[in-house]
Design a protein around this ligand. Structure first.
Ligand code: UD1
Ligand code: CA
Length: 456
């Protein structure tokens, strides 16, 4: 393959987004619109990626400091041709250039490859047959089918406006030609802009072949101009991910009601019920079941584990055959070994729970190490924070923590220890003994009456 330079046009203001965030930084899936385009560009292995930026430029640059990109400022937006002119000093003499639009997130790398195969000294343009072509540049062909011009909507005659084949904005050509044609652009048109599309007429004059490759995938050429476009593209993007999951054998109760904002990897026979949101990198092993309304972010869940409804999982690892939820909240740093049970209204934070242990009801367990086959009773709280510093609780194998106990860290509950219900434990509890700490004795007051409401 010849050398490739890619120029991404992203200087547009995005006025119709009604937002302080630059248009190309709005998000589809988990990635900004421009990140989708840059990822597509990277997959084509170019020598250079040049992004022409303008409005909100510093913010845009900051979002991509980790990428090898040449940033070119187009201070004033005088048209797409003017935008590409800003990149000229960086274009290599012996390379081809592919032009992409920074606001088209679903741009298709395979279609770009096909277009690049057409270059070989030609000017290759990607076009699309649009039912309502209003606003787009029309592809004008001679009777024999050769492309002779692209005429912008505002400059087109009534007859030309009837043409439904439009310019998608994606094109590719040899740099030597591009540089020459860009230097010939004029702005004597309806919008007073330097149109990139005018290079077609220069190519025709130079007897360079102009080929238009028609794509059938409208979404891969749809630009984002307003929030309505963003919402529509998000649905398309999500439905594509859902279809990929279905194709891999994942059971989705309703492919229209799953959101994947990141990367989801699934083993065999995974089932996901409705209204689940997957964020970051999530891996689900074989036979994992996720019930309705779960939010799962950056998690690894091993095979056979079931997650019941309304569970939130963030930065957590879960072993095989665990039972989690409903209404559980697993916060960062938590690891659960195989066969663990975490029930409703249980919050875990930076807790490591070993095989077979259970925390089934209404508990807060933070900064805690729990051994094997431990049972944590309802309403247990690890008091890990004294208002200034955090401390750890250690609960060894086979311990039993009675309901409504507070374990004031730092504290260790020994192996096989039992903590009586309602205890506030501030000192280490020895192994195999019952430890209790309550009001000394249970009293009953004979003749005591409940207060009654005073009549006004
Ligand atoms: C352009 C094409 C039109 C095509 C349409 C597809 C021209 C003259 N027209 O229309 O044939 O059908 O795209 O969407 O090329 N941009 C800059 N700097 C500028 C102007 C634009 O960076 O000075 C960027 C925008 O950020 C955007 C892209 O170029 O990413 C396209 O600009 P836009 O204004 O949306 O398209 P049109 O010029 O109307
Ligand atoms: Ca109590």
């Amino acid at each position: 393959m010849p050398k490739l330079n890619i120029v991404i046009l992203a200087a547009g203001k995005g006025t119709r987004m009604h937002s302080n965030i630059p248009k190309v930084l709005h998000v589809v899936g988990a990635k900004s619109i421009l990140a989708h385009v840059i990822d597509c560009a990277k997959s084509l292995n170019p020598q250079k990626i040049i992004v022409v930026y303008g409005f909100g430029g510093e913010l845009v640059k900051q979002a991509f400091t980790h990428e090898k990109i040449i940033w070119v400022n187009q201070a004033e937006q005088k048209g797409t041709g003017h935008a590409v002119q800003q990149a000229v000093p960086y274009l290599e003499e012996d390379a081809n250039t592919l032009i992409l639009l920074g606001d088209v997130p679903l741009v298709d790398a395979n279609a770009c490859k096909k277009l690049l195969e057409q270059v070989e000294g030609n000017l290759a343009i990607q076009s699309f047959n649009k039912a309502d072509p209003t606003g787009y540049g029309r592809i004008v062909r001679e009777d024999d089918g050769n492309v002779i011009a692209i005429i912008e909507h505002k400059d087109a005659t009534e007859t030309q406006r009837k043409i439904i084949e439009v310019n998608t904005g994606i094109m590719a050509m040899p740099n030597k030609n591009l540089k020459k044609w860009l230097s010939q652009l004029k702005n004597n048109n309806a919008q007073g802009e330097y149109y990139l599309t005018d290079i077609v007429e220069s190519a025709v004059l130079d007897k360079v072949n102009v080929v238009a490759e028609i794509t059938a995938d409208e979404w891969s050429v749809t630009g984002i101009n307003a929030k309505a476009d963003l919402a529509k593209i998000e649905r398309i993007y999500q439905s594509r991910i859902a279809n990929q999951l279905l194709q891999q054998g994942v059971t989705l109760k309703d492919p229209a009601r799953i959101e994947v904002r990141g990367v989801l990897e699934c083993g065999r026979d995974v089932e996901i019920d409705v209204n689940c949101i997957i964020e970051g990198n999530v891996t689900l092993g074989d036979n994992v079941k996720i019930a309705a309304n779960c939010v799962i972010k950056n998690a690894v869940i091993a095979s056979g584990t079931h997650i019941a409804p309304f569970t939130h999982i963030d930065d957590t690892k879960i072993g095989e055959n665990a039972r989690i939820g409903p209404y559980a909240r697993l916060r960062p740093g938590t690891t659960l070994a195989a066969d663990t049970h975490i029930g409703n209204f249980v919050e875990l934070k930076n807790a490591q729970v070993d095989i077979g242990s259970k925390i089934n009801h209404l508990s807060y367990v933070g900064d805690t190490t729990i051994g094997k086959n431990v049972n944590i009773g309802a309403g247990t709280i690890t008091c890990n924070y004294d208002g200034a510093n955090k401390f750890r609780t250690v609960i060894e194998d086979d311990a039993f923590i009675g309901s409504d106990s507070q374990l004031v860290a730092p504290v260790t509950i020994g192996r096989g220890a039992t903590i009586a219900a309602g205890s506030t434990i501030t000192k280490n509890a020895p192994a195999d003994q019952l430890t209790l700490c309550r009001a000394k004795e249970q009293k009953s007051i004979a003749g005591w009456k409940r207060p009654v409401k005073i009549k006004q």
